[in-house]
Design a binder for this molecule. Structure first.
Ligand code: IPE
Ligand code: IPE
Ligand code: MG
Ligand code: MG
Ligand code: MG
Length: 291
């Protein structure tokens, strides 16, 4: 399962948070594996929901086999993830499992909002931000929190790390939405313009609606009202609109704001400065990622 690539951000967050409090990363390995397995499960199901043909540069599971196989493979991965999580040696295993469950339910809620929004014309930017907090950011928050619990963090630091993960996750999804339009297919490994094809109400779209003159606004809404067989012309036109309105710049400003907040919060953690550096470096890398 793990030979198929992926950035492995979440397991790295688990291990980093554990080490930050002076315990070896080895203690957090079962949790790191559990979270990455869980994440991969969400991707296998997400690709069915999003009708996505490629992931990590390869055919998606449901395309290669079929949806039933992808549903069952995903379900199996979810159970395997719990098997891995219960192998964690910690006095607070029940807290970890409770957080893992809460997170899993929230991801489902977020995914449901994401799909509901495809068919709702009026979505606000705060509603979008809440949707991505649920579908994406809570898992980064849980990764840091669970690592911190295993490492023996005080509740205050555990809470701070959760919030750092939320800010990182929101920035991460904003960047994912940006790369969906502007990324290089070979690097990003996903179909270009997939979010436009499926009428996803991303920050880019919502910001464009906000900034566009009324005629363009009507055209954009109309384009997002249709589900087409061939999406080439639609993607091209939506991109033109985004370009004229400077939407990539707007998205980057938004992303930058979340990184600033999380960097400030890293400063507040009650651990020696040098222990925070790996997390700072990772955040820096993610802010500038191209895949
Ligand atoms: C993809 O996550 C799903 C999102 C939350 C945007 P990643 O971009 O971390 O996917 P991989 O694991 O690196 O392929
Ligand atoms: C996915 O969001 C979030 C989850 C898998 C829970 P996206 O649908 O944007 O992720 P990608 O772009 O397919 O990786
Ligand atoms: Mg999705
Ligand atoms: Mg998707
Ligand atoms: Mg995406």
């Amino acid at each position: 399962m793990f030979t198929l690539g992926g950035k492995r951000i979440r397991p790295v967050l688990v291990l980093m948070a554990c080490e930050m409090f002076g315990r070896s990363f080895r203690a957090a390995l079962p949790a790191a594996l559990a979270i990455e397995t869980f994440h991969n499960f969400t991707l296998v199901h997400d690709d069915i929901m999003d009708n996505a043909p490629i992931r990590r540069g390869k055919e998606t599971v449901y395309k290669k086999w079929d949806s039933n196989i992808a549903i069952l493979a995903g379900d199996t991965m979810l159970s395997m993830a719990y098997d891995m999580m219960i192998a964690v040696e910690s006095k607070r295993l029940s807290d970890i499992l409770r957080l893992f469950n809460k997170t899993s339910i929230e991801v489902c809620e977020g995914q449901q909002y994401d799909m509901n929004f495809e068919n709702i014309p009026q979505v606000s930017i705060p509603q979008y931000l809440e949707m991505i907090r649920l579908k994406t950011a809570v898992l980064l928050g849980a990764s840091l929190s669970i690592g911190a619990i295993i490492g023996g963090a005080e509740p205050q630091d555990e809470k701070l790390l959760y919030d750092i993960g939320i800010n990182m996750g929101i920035a991460f999804q904003l960047k994912d939405d940006l790369l969906d339009v502007y990324g290089e297919v070979e690097k990003f490994g996903k179909q270009e313009g997939g979010d436009i094809a499926t009428n996803k109400k991303t920050f880019l779209y919502l910001k464009a609606l906000e900034k566009a003159p009324s005629q363009v606004k009507a055209e954009l809404s109309q384009l997002y009202n249709t589900v087409l067989e061939d999406n080439e012309a639609k993607i091209k036109r939506v991109k033109e609109i985004f370009d004229v309105l400077g939407i990539a710049g707007e998205t980057n400003i938004m992303i930058e704001g979340y990184y600033q907040t999380l960097m400030q919060n890293i400063g507040l953690l009650n651990v020696p400065g040098e222990s925070k550096q790996p997390l700072r470096d990772l955040a820096d890398k993610l802010a500038h990622r191209t895949f």
